[in-house]
Design a binder for this molecule. Structure first.
Ligand SMILES: NC(=O)c1ccc[n+]([C@@H]2O[C@H](COP(=O)([O-])OP(=O)(O)OC[C@H]3O[C@@H](n4cnc5c(N)ncnc54)[C@H](OP(=O)(O)O)[C@@H]3O)[C@@H](O)[C@H]2O)c1
Length: 289
């Protein structure tokens, strides 16, 4: 049995689907009742409702588990504390492999959610548990949050300059690697950067979108102050502050990575942006109107 934490989120669902697709028995940890049905649909054989900040609950859900794939909730202020509790719970059982879903460049102190992941990685080194660390860059799927505006108005908006260069990765490629490291030998004590593309400026991404969609798409920067005003009612103070720090960091440095490691792990080239957008375009076309 493999436990996947954060299973109800977008990363969790992709990982559960990839593991179930390889015939693995998966126990998904979700927070809300409303996520249980989704997990059955993804192929989980067991679904537990628990709060990741509750160490006793973590000990309970790890009973009989051979491996854990840990996905911390996005922008959680207690990511380090959750990581520590999860490691302590795994040590109470005989978990033989703990895979941690980290992020590209966790060493970056200027981005609190990256830095918390760096500290969890350090705890893993000292945990005595055989581990694997996956460090994905930003997902291509993040672009889908603005899909309607891209289609309707031909505008790709981001709260950073159109010249900002990001290397992206298809979440499905990340999930495939998650399933590989959990089911095939040779990945204990490894740390892998998971990067699918060379760094692309936002204006380049808009041009690729334009080619795939057959219409003009332009990149546009939303001023940070405006973005903050639009988002502050819906985000927690930690998430708002962390995202603002991330956008400042992106503006200064971008997020640039190299896809060689991912190609080796997939035994094929990672999904290109064009291919990803083509997939989304045909999936949207198949949706009932
Ligand atoms: N997005 C990216 O580009 C990217 C790239 C690299 C790494 N990552 C990392 O990937 C991780 C997951 O991101 P994601 O976008 O998949 O997250 P997500 O979709 O927000 O999923 C997080 C899940 O955790 C659940 N959750 C929240 N608080 C919880 C708690 N206290 N106990 C149990 N479950 C809880 C959420 O449930 P509710 O729906 O109830 O809140 C949600 O189902 C994050 O650590 C992020 O930093 C993301």
């Amino acid at each position: 049995m493999i436990l996947v934490t954060g299973a109800g989120g977008k990363t969790g669902q992709a990982v559960v689907r990839a593991l179930a697709g390889r015939g693995e028995s998966v126990r998904g940890l979700v927070r809300h009742e409303s996520q249980v049905q989704t997990l059955w649909t993804m192929g989980a054989v067991e679904v537990c409702q628990a709060d990741m900040t509750d160490e006793l609950a973590l000990i309970e859900v790890m009973a009989g588990v051979r491996a854990v794939y840990h996905i911390c909730p996005n922008m959680h202020p207690d990511e380090l504390a959750i990581g520590e509790k999860l490691i302590a719970a795994a040590n109470r059982h005989t978990v033989s492999h703990l895979v941690y879903h980290s992020v590209l460049h966790p060493q970056t102190r200027d981005m609190p959610h990256h830095w918390q992941k760096n500290q969890v990685e350090e705890k893993l080194f000292a945990s005595g548990i055989p581990y694997t660390i996956l460090q994905p860059t930003a997902y291509m799927q993040n672009i889908l949050a603005g899909w309607e505006r891209i289609i309707r108005e031909g505008v790709l908006t981001n709260p950073y300059p159109v010249t900002t260069r990001l290397s992206l990765v298809d979440l499905n490629d990340v999930a495939e690697v998650a399933a590989t490291v959990l089911t095939e030998p040779g990945h204990l004590y490894a740390t892998y950067e998971l990067v699918g593309t060379r760094p692309h400026a936002q204006s380049e991404i808009a041009a690729i979108l334009g080619r795939v969609l057959g219409r003009l798409v332009r990149a546009q920067e939303t001023p940070l102050a405006m973005w903050k005003k639009q988002m502050q009612a819906t985000l927690s103070p930690y998430a708002l502050d962390t995202l603002l720090k991330m956008f400042h960091y992106y503006t200064r440095n971008g997020l640039e990575g190299n896809s060689t490691v991912l190609s080796l792990l997939l035994s094929r080239p990672p999904t290109a942006l064009e291919t990803f957008f083509e997939r989304i375009k045909s999936a949207v076309r198949r949706l009932p109107i």
